[in-house]
Design a protein around this ligand. Structure first.
Ligand SMILES: [Mn+2]
Length: 347
């Protein structure tokens, strides 16, 4: 057991008690759905998406005071700045499933503290805590490339057309089912300008069923679906370009300018699904740095990245098969050569 029964009850009690919760969450389906689950269970509060950095930085503390919040929830973010804690005089509940990184002054919950191999997503735990809106929890979990057999079975019974029974491979589900498509719809709702993103999130807090979106059964669902298609155009042009130019490579390396939307995580996932035995690195160039997503099914990716980064100006980490990386542009080639050695790729 990862989060204990006591921990689950504690978090539930904090959520029930709060009258003006503020939520800081990661900008992917797992983070978004974690927020939506808590927001919908509590019925009040404000959501703040934390983009472009794995850390909730100091400047976000001002939002807590601005909103006059009574309780802070940090969801699915790997890092929290000690200066944020310093400048925020409200209780902070931090729930995450990345490498443990708790700091003083915070009520920190992470399944890995009890079992380092337990990387079940944040939305899984949010569902365990509130036990409502299973469909949204499923959207979040599959976005993190994860499926829980028991919950999947329950979900399939209610929505056999979204997730056929007996499917258990997350990649297959992500790219070949309606549930997977929903996860991409949620993911694409987070792309683009912050004002548009916040509008989509607000609409998602009110959606009652997955069919509202998939079959455009309401104006709200229709809005989210339309938005998905306009973002998808941009995504498709990138994936098609990669497939045209790099479908024979290993590793697959593709860098594109940062003035386009960030799809590195989504592109990486699709490439891992299409080419499961290859490594892929998809990045955007910005201010002299390259920010990348890496996927690989060859062993321990965080360890390999750490070794390849020794002495270089950069950082990276994440999960065993899925990582983020930021490295100085002129050192990218060095990093790449080392990573090939670490992972046993020969040219
Ligand atoms: Mn996550």
């Amino acid at each position: 057991m990862a989060l204990t029964k006591e921990e689950i009850e504690e978090i539930r009690a904090y959520l029930d008690k709060s009258e003006r919760p503020i939520y800081f969450f990661d900008d992917d389906p797992d983070g978004l759905c974690s927020f939506l689950l808590f927001y919908r269970a509590n019925g009040r509060g404000k959501g703040v998406i934390v983009k472009s950095s794995p850390e909730v930085k100091e400047e976000y503390a001002a939002k807590v005071n601005e909103y006059d919040s009574d309780m802070v929830f940090v969801l699915d973010k790997p890092l929290l700045s000690p200066d944020f804690v310093e400048n925020c005089n409200k209780p902070i509940v931090w729930l995450d499933h990345h490498a443990p990184a708790g700091i003083p002054g915070v009520k920190y919950y992470n399944p890995r503290l009890n079992d380092i191999r337990d990387s079940r997503p944040t939305s899984f735990w949010c569902y365990k805590i509130i036990e409502e809106d299973l469909w949204m929890a499923m959207v979040g979990m599959i976005g993190d490339w994860f499926i829980d057999e028991r919950l999947a079975e329950k979900f399939s019974e209610e929505y056999p057309d979204l997730l056929p029974k007996k499917l258990s491979d997350p990649a297959e589900i992500l790219f070949n089912t309606k549930l997977g498509e929903l996860s991409r719809i949620f993911s694409f709702a987070l792309k683009g300008r912050t004002s548009e993103v916040m509008k989509c999130i607000k609409i998602l807090t009110r959606i009652k069923s997955p069919y509202e979106i998939l079959n455009q059964e309401s104006p709200a669902g229709n809005f989210i679906y339309k938005r998905y298609f306009s973002v998808k155009d941009e995504y498709d042009s990138l994936i098609n370009d990669i497939l045209k130019k790099h479908s024979k490579d290993n590793p697959i390396v593709y860098l594109y300018p940062s003035k386009k939307m960030s799809f590195t995580g989504e592109l990486s996932n699709e490439l891992l699904y299409r080419f499961p035995d290859r490594i892929n690195i998809i990045g955007r160039e910005k201010n002299g740095y390259v920010k990348c997503s890496l996927r690989s099914s060859r062993g321990n990716l965080p360890e390999q990245i750490k070794k390849a980064l020794v002495g270089l100006d950069g950082y990276g980490g994440g999960h065993e098969n899925a990582c983020g990386l930021c490295v100085r542009e002129r050192e990218f080639d060095t990093f790449l050569e080392r990573l090939k050695k670490e992972t046993g790729i020969r040219n």
